[in-house]
Structures are given as C-alpha cells and as structure tokens.
Design a protein around this ligand. Structure first.
Ligand code: FES
Length: 301
C-alpha cells in the first residue's frame, strides 16, 4: 500500500477524511466499495467542526490530486446514487416518464370487472311461451268475434220484433167504399137498361127491368153464387155470364145455366131525400129466401 494512504489515517487520530477514504477505495479497486466508502465518508461531514482543526492536510495533496479526487468523488457519488434506492426527489429532478410507459391495468382485472353474461333461456321455452300468447290472442279474438256476432244478431232480432210490434199496433187500414152510395135519379135508368158503370167502384149493377110483371129498379151484387167470380153482362145475349165455370143469369138475376146454385143477390135500394137512388150494401136480399119481395130490395118505377 502506498505510504500516503496510511499517513492521513494515523495523523488524524480519529475518523478518516473523504480524501482518505477515496484513496483507500482506489487502492482496493473494488467496484462495490465506493458506495460504502462514500456512505462512510459522508458521515464525518455531519461533524466537521471536530475533525477539521485536528487533521493536518497531507503534503501530497496538490491541485492536480484534488481535481482527480473531485472527479473520482463525483463519479463515485453518481455510482452510489445509481446503486442506492431512489428516494424522494424534487419535481425538477424526477425523470419524465413517457405516457406510453404508464403501466396498464392487468387484463385480468378488466375481465373480473366485466359483467358476467346472463344465462340465455332455452329457445324451446320462448317458442312455447310465444305460442301460448298467440293461442290466447286467437281465443280472445274468436271469443270477441262470436260475442260481436251474437250481439249483432240479438240487436237485429230485437229490431225486427219491435217493427212487428209496431205493425201490430198500427195495422193497414183498407179504404173501403162506404156501404151507402148514390147512383143518381131513377130517370137516369131507362126501362130494360143494365147500368154497368158502378161495377168497378161499387160492385153493383143497377137494372131497370121487369120482374114478374112489375117494372122495378134494383141493385144486383156482382158476385157469382157458385164460387164468387164476377160475371159479365152480355148485352147481346141479355144475360150475365160467369167466366169461371160458365154459369148464366137472366137480367133479373135468376140463374139458368152452369153450376151456380141460386140467383144473384140484391142490395137494398131506396130513393133518398134528394130524389136520388141510394144503394146500401150493408143489406142483401136472397131470392130463394123470398126476400126479393121486400120493398127495400127495389124501387118501383
Ligand atoms: Fe161462377 Fe163458378 S164461379 S160459375
């Protein structure tokens, strides 16, 4: 070992100075020694007052040596800082970390935070439920339709019943001609004349004829005594002829051919207060019953 390194340690009689420590470390040439030597060297700096007055400076410490010591000290301190654990640093000294260097959270945490998928229901259950809903809807629609049809039919039936009831309370009224009607003065009916102009309106023949030697004006009913047909007056043949079965009647109404069982009927007739002939259809006279002899069944001319 060099003599310069031993002399300061003995001369100080206490703790070695920084230069001594550096010299010792340089002599050892051990890479791991600088941080330890520096750590030990930094300790005496906390108490400089006691060491500086007693420790004599070595004569070999020249300017060039100090420069080398300073250079080595800086490098050793840098190595010590690099080896040492990072302590609290200021913002200016803190290294700028790139944004990309920021560590991303592990993928496992992301997966753990993700919501687990819900279990899907079997397709068969969904289809059966939909099918049930469809069947329920169909039944509801069918029931509604049947009810609508039923109510409609009931309404129509009720309406028809109401119309029938109203019809019952207000029946058709046939405007029948009055039973009594005037046909004019007896002078308007010449002897032997059969007046047919009242057939369509009143169903009556007004005849001025000879009945058993008496000239009379009488009113014959235009209804065949067989089955109710309306005979026709045949002027040329001077008879009433029924078109249905061929019954024939004389001018006075007595049947003489065909199936008619009896003579035509007469209506009542009289001379009204105004001198006109008035026929009353509410009363009839039958020859077979001897009713033609009734004075109400004729008007004497
Ligand atoms: Fe007149 Fe039969 S209805 S003949």
């Amino acid at each position: 070992m060099p003599a310069a390194s031993k002399a300061p340690a003995t001369a100080a009689g206490g703790r070695p100075s920084v230069a001594d420590i550096l010299a010792m470390a340089r002599a050892k040439n051990e890479p791991s020694s600088p941080p330890k030597a520096v750590a030990e060297a930094e300790k005496p700096t906390a108490k400089p007052a006691a060491a500086k007055p007693s420790a004599p400076k070595p004569p070999a410490a020249t300017a060039a040596g100090r420069a080398g010591v300073q250079r080595d000290t800086a490098s050793i301190l840098a190595a010590a800082r690099a080896a040492a654990k990072p302590g609290p640093v200021s913002k200016a000294e803190a290294p700028v970390r790139p944004a990309a260097a920021k560590p991303k959270p592990p993928a496992e945490k992301t997966v753990a935070r993700a919501v687990p998928p819900k279990p899907t229901r079997p397709v068969t259950k969904v289809s059966s439920k939909a099918e049930g809903e469809d069947r329920r809807s169909f039944l509801e629609i069918a029931t509604g339709s049947f009810m609508a049809i039923g109510f409609t039919a009931l309404s129509v039936t009720g309406g028809l019943f109401s119309l029938g009831l109203a019809r019952f309370f207000f029946p058709n009224v046939l405007a029948e001609p009055p039973s009594k009607f005037k046909v004019g003065a007896k002078d308007g009916f010449p002897s032997g004349k059969v007046e047919t102009k009242f057939v369509a309106q009143y169903g009556v023949w007004v005849v001025n004829g000879d009945v058993q030697g008496l000239q009379q004006i009488y009113a014959l009913k235009t209804v065949c005594t067989h089955l109710g047909c309306t005979p026709s007056w045949l002027e040329a043949e001077q008879k009433f002829k029924c078109p249905c079965h061929g019954s024939g009647f004389y001018k006075d109404g007595v049947n003489f051919e065909g199936p008619a069982p009896r003579p035509l009927e007469r209506y009542a007739i009289r001379i009204a207060d105004d001198g006109q002939l008035e026929v009353d259809k509410s009363r009839t006279f039958h020859e077979e019953l001897g009713q033609w002899a009734d004075p109400d069944s004729f008007v004497t001319v």
